[in-house]
Design a protein around this ligand. Structure first.
Ligand code: 6MQ
Ligand code: ZN
Length: 390
């Protein structure tokens, strides 16, 4: 089941405020979705995810099929019971993940033949198999199996003819995914994925064909795959707002804080990206006033938290009162720098909590600005703040 209520459209952009009602609960949009590939958002307790305002998280069909496998997943009634997350979950279909495997795969019209990276078994993923796995996972939002058209192959840019061939196969797999999803009587929601590479004409053909199949929601795929930033921004500006206004729009794998705010202005409702979690583990911290490199020696003696405006557990501790508002419970940059240098596990746990809180709080501020009709002013302030530097 999926119901999308479009609450407000911003008069100065394609931005919109909405509410998504799914089997495991409601999601306020625009929204950022933390990535939990193996049934965990790395290093973060479900309780902490709830405290920081996470409303929906991602899982991966491919990874969970490899490990722990379908029998164990079935015994827990799906992914919610296994990872103890009772709010909505979106699962990616596995196509992109097999594609990122590189050499160990062969793509045919029928599906993808590949070797398990876990034990070398010869495996096969088709639209039908992907739907069967996602039905067992019982995710609230299921993604069709598609082929993520590469930006380039062996250094050669994908041609329009190659992008068309890939897009047309994804279109046929969209239909096969939908037919199997319905045959299985899956009670959740299946999203179609727009492909077409960096060719806006192909993007429109793909979008049109998927809209005719009438999905409850749509994703824009095939970006954030190593293309130059300006080409990603061009597709983000071109495609999402052409999708039906009364359906949720999901941009896959994007992006930086700036990409999210621009993406909202371009009409995107849902985002996922590994950046906040991955960068946290390598000491790149997102803050209101710019990015901070925790390993820089200048932080070694600094008593301030990583973000003096932040109320997350890393920056504001038990009281939740930010440094700027007089709170002194937070962990200092000196302490986080020390944990990182010692390779202590609490380090990435705290920086991940902060980075995810930053992304989720940013989207809360976006929703508040859309509700107040001040999104234009918010964008200007956001840009100025981020340019200030920490
Ligand atoms: C920049 O971060 C790296 O790039 C990936 C994010 N970029 C991305 N573009 C995507 C496109 C598709 C698609 O076309 N179809 C389906 N079904 N899923 C998709 C998932 C996608 N994610 C992250 O994924 C890894 C972890 C490989 O590195 C990160
Ligand atoms: Zn923080």
């Amino acid at each position: 089941m999926l119901q999308f209520d479009l609450l407000k459209t911003d008069p100065t952009s394609h931005a919109r405020r909405g509410t998504l009602t799914l089997n495991h609960g409601k999601v306020q949009t625009p929204i950022f979705m933390p990535v939990g590939t193996y049934g965990t958002v790395k290093g973060v307790m479900p309780r902490s995810l709830e405290e920081m305002g996470a409303q929906i998280i991602l899982g991966n069909t491919f990874h969970l099929w490899m490990r722990p496998g379908l029998d164990i997943m079935k015994s827990f009634g799906g992914l919610h019971g296994f990872e103890k997350w009772d709010k909505p979950i979106l699962t990616d279909s596995g196509g992109f993940q097999v594609w990122s495997l590189g050499a160990m795969r062969k793509i045919t019209e029928e599906g993808v033949h590949f070797q398990s990276p876990v034990n070398g078994d010869k495996l096969f993923m088709s639209p039908e198999v992907s739907m069967q796995i996602q039905t067992i996972l019982n995710s609230d939002i299921v993604m069709q199996l598609d082929e993520c058209t590469p930006y380039e192959t062996n250094g050669k840019k994908t041609t329009e003819a190659e992008a068309r061939k890939s897009m047309e196969m994804s279109r046929r797999w969209a239909k096969r995914s939908k037919d199997e999803f319905e045959r299985l009587e899956n009670p959740n929601a299946l999203f179609g994925i727009v492909q077409g590479g960096m060719f806006t004409n192909l993007r429109e053909e793909s979008l049109q064909a998927l809209v005719e199949m009438d999905f409850p929601g749509y994703a824009v795929g095939g970006v954030s795959v190593g293309e130059p930033k300006d080409e990603m921004l061009e597709i983000m500006a071109h495609t999402p707002h052409l999708l039906p206004a009364n359906k949720p729009r999901y941009l896959m794998g994007v992006g930086t804080p700036e990409d999210l705010v621009q993406g909202v202005a371009d009409g995107v409702d849902m985002f996922d990206c590994v950046m906040p979690t991955r960068n946290a583990r390598n000491g790149t911290i997102f803050t209101r006033y710019g990015d901070l490199k925790l390993r820089n020696a200048r932080h070694k003696t600094d008593h301030q938290p990583i973000d003096t405006t932040c109320t997350c557990h890393a920056c504001a501790g038990k009281s939740g009162v930010s440094w700027d508002n007089g709170g002194r419970d937070g962990f200092s940059r000196a302490y986080l720098h020390h944990l990182d240098r010692c390779g202590e596990m609490l380090g990435p746990m705290l920086t991940t909590i902060h980075n995810l809180h930053y992304y989720l709080n940013l989207m809360q501020e976006v929703r508040d600005a859309l509700d107040a009709g001040t999104f234009d002013q918010f964008r200007a302030q956001f840009k100025a703040d981020r340019a200030r530097g920490v």
